[in-house]
Design a protein around this ligand. Structure first.
Ligand SMILES: Nc1ncnc2c1ncn2[C@@H]1O[C@H](COP(=O)(O)OP(=O)(O)O)[C@@H](O)[C@H]1O
Ligand SMILES: [Mg+2]
Length: 367
């Protein structure tokens, strides 16, 4: 096949992209779509997404923004960074310009996000506060039946502007305005956020805890993506590839991408392409995700993870403490740290397991 006929690789092994096919996530996408189709208030208009890196938090935020816009909402998105409130406001003004007259608020500059608890109406010089300006804009849009979705990625509960955004949304809701708020972050960041006293209303927000998807769902997503992009894949190759992803969303993209690459020259992907693609993807996953995650940790963090290897399934904290020769409360500090970093997960039964696929094998191989 010459260059002109070469089909474009449909997999995206990077962060923050909405994949062609979302594996699993049926409940999540169902609730999101329904929330923005509904004309009234829906609990899923306020949602927190948590999960380790690469589980698809950003992808679902993009999905929410897409669904919101498809239903006539305005969606404005940001990461938790200083200056985020002004960026949200400017972006909302741009997107609202064709719906409402925003002339009185469009050219304001500077950030007036005061400390939490400051008077909302407090003007700085000529300039109304962020809350006041945003409130005017959201009210005008609400009068036209247009809602505003704020999406906030990589939430940092230490940032005042994050707390301010949440508090503002809380007030907008109380005023009956049409707003939605989607916040994504690592487990520790989101749990710290909801324990912050000035945003207690977030405790009633809906939560999506994202993890791995079933092999079956990984298989379906791989197949759909391949077929839609104009190739086919043998059944055994597909099953092998799906299993190798461990259902970890980022790995689905990585495995799909490498298999496609190995099979670039033909339209039917084979078991051989799958074997080579998986091997490449695994090496890359080790280098790009597992090694940096592991070597960024302290010696004690790593000792904790090594102590988990003795169990075939989830580990209990007391077993680990014993293996480390330490008390439970000492081990619990390290458990917290590792949960914060998204390296381990805690089940409802408190069992601890590795959050990243292949982490167990990777650590065993480090000796
Ligand atoms: N449900 C899914 N099925 C398949 N691929 C997914 C899914 N969710 C996310 N991805 C892909 O995985 C990668 C990581 O997703 P991302 O949303 O950036 O993760 P996070 O924000 O949790 O770190 C991206 O390439 C994305 O396209
Ligand atoms: Mg992300």
């Amino acid at each position: 096949m010459d260059e002109r006929n070469r089909r474009e690789n449909p997999f995206i092994p990077s962060f923050g992209e909405l994949p062609y096919s979302l594996a699993g996530r049926r409940d999540e996408t169902h609730h999101i779509s329904r929330a923005f189709e509904a004309s009234g208030r829906d609990p899923y208009l306020f949602t927190l997404l948590t999960g380790a890196r690469g589980t698809g938090k950003t992808a679902l935020l993009s999905y929410a923004a897409q669904e919101a816009e498809a239903n006539g909402w305005i969606a404005v998105s940001t990461f938790a960074v200083p200056g985020m409130l002004e960026m949200l406001y400017e972006s909302a003004c741009d997107k609202a310009a064709h719906i409402v007259d925003i002339s009185e608020g469009a050219h304001l500059t500077g950030i007036t996000a005061g400390p939490v608890g400051a008077s909302w109406e407090h003007p700085v010089g000529e300039q109304a506060s962020w809350h006041t300006r945003m409130s005017r804009l959201v009210s005008k849009l609400s009068e036209r039946g247009t809602g505003v979705l704020f999406t906030l990625d990589e939430v940092d509960p230490e940032l005042d502007e994050v707390i301010m955004l949440v508090s503002s949304c809380q007030i907008f809701v109380r005023e009956g305005l049409r707003v939605a708020l989607y916040i994504a972050g690592l487990p520790r960041a989101t749990s710290q956020l909801i324990s912050h006293q000035s945003v207690s209303f977030l405790r009633r927000a809906m939560r999506f805890r994202l993890g791995s998807v079933a092999d079956y769902d990984a298989e379906l997503a791989l197949e759909k993506t391949i077929l839609a992009a104009g190739k086919t894949i043998d059944a055994d190759a597909l099953a092998y590839a799906a299993k190798a992803t461990g259902g970890y969303p980022f790995m689905i993209q990585l495995v799909g991408y490498r298999i496609w690459e190995w099979g670039e020259e033909h339209d039917g992907l084979t078991a051989d392409d799958a074997r080579r693609g998986v091997a490449t993807a695994q090496r890359e996953f080790d280098d790009r995700i597992l090694a940096p995650s592991f070597y960024d940790l302290s010696n004690m963090d790593r000792a904790f993870l090594r102590a988990m290897l003795e169990d075939d399934g989830p580990s209990t904290l007391s077993d680990i403490a014993q293996r480390l020769g330490r008390g439970n409360s000492y081990a619990a500090q390290y458990k917290r740290r590792l949960l914060d970093q998204g390296v381990i997960e805690e089940g409802y039964d408190k069992g601890l397991s590795f959050a990243l696929p292949g982490m167990r094998e990777f650590i065993s191989a480090q000796g």
